[in-house]
Write a protein of this length. Structure first.
Length: 176
């Protein structure tokens, strides 16, 4: 959590840093708690007074018949301390990258491939937070390789997977 809190502080105080954070791991390893803590840190650093938290919470509050959204994007430009973010206008959160999107009629793998391709765009105006497991990363790497159109994304996924896999020559995972 310390690294995430420092990252938030650096971004909001114009020090910069990565615009995407992927929390990689299996069920029950704390990804959701970490991302909730990160949103709380953004709320505090932006001087949002709980409003950022409420905006995210309201998007995920659904009835028993509804499916929560796969990805939620919140505009942060109206918060008191948002000027420190520079050209960053939004925070997008994918709570569970293994979820499909029935509205877009796309698989979880296709959606994550699109998300990861988007974060490589230099003019992307937002922050991207994502909870993901290695299994879907492997599927996305295969999908990217098979398409022949996502070499840069395939390389990114390989780097993420290598950093999230224990081994003697494991590259550092922060920042990637």
């Amino acid at each position: 959590m310390h690294r995430l809190n420092q990252w938030v502080s650096d971004l909001v105080s114009s020090k910069g840093g990565p615009r995407a954070v992927l929390l990689v791991g299996g069920p029950g390893n704390g990804k959701t708690d970490a991302v909730e803590g990160c949103i709380e840190a953004f709320d505090a650093a932006l001087g949002a007074g709980g409003e950022l938290l409420e905006r995210f919470a309201s998007e995920y509050r659904v009835t028993a018949e509804q499916i929560p959204p796969r990805k939620v994007t919140i505009d942060v430009t109206s918060f008191p301390n948002s000027a420190g973010l520079g050209d960053i206008a939004t925070i997008s959160l994918v709570q569970d990258a293994t979820e499909n999107d029935p509205v877009r009629h796309a698989s979880a793998e296709d959606l994550l491939l699109d998300d990861l391709s988007d974060i490589l765009e230099p003019d992307r105006p937002g922050i991207f937070l994502c909870c993901v497991n290695r299994g879907i990363l492997a599927s996305v790497a295969s999908l990217a390789a098979a398409s022949g159109e996502h070499a840069e994304t395939e390389s990114l996924v390989s780097s993420i997977t290598a950093a999230a896999t224990s081994g003697p020559n494991q590259p550092p995972c922060w920042p990637l």
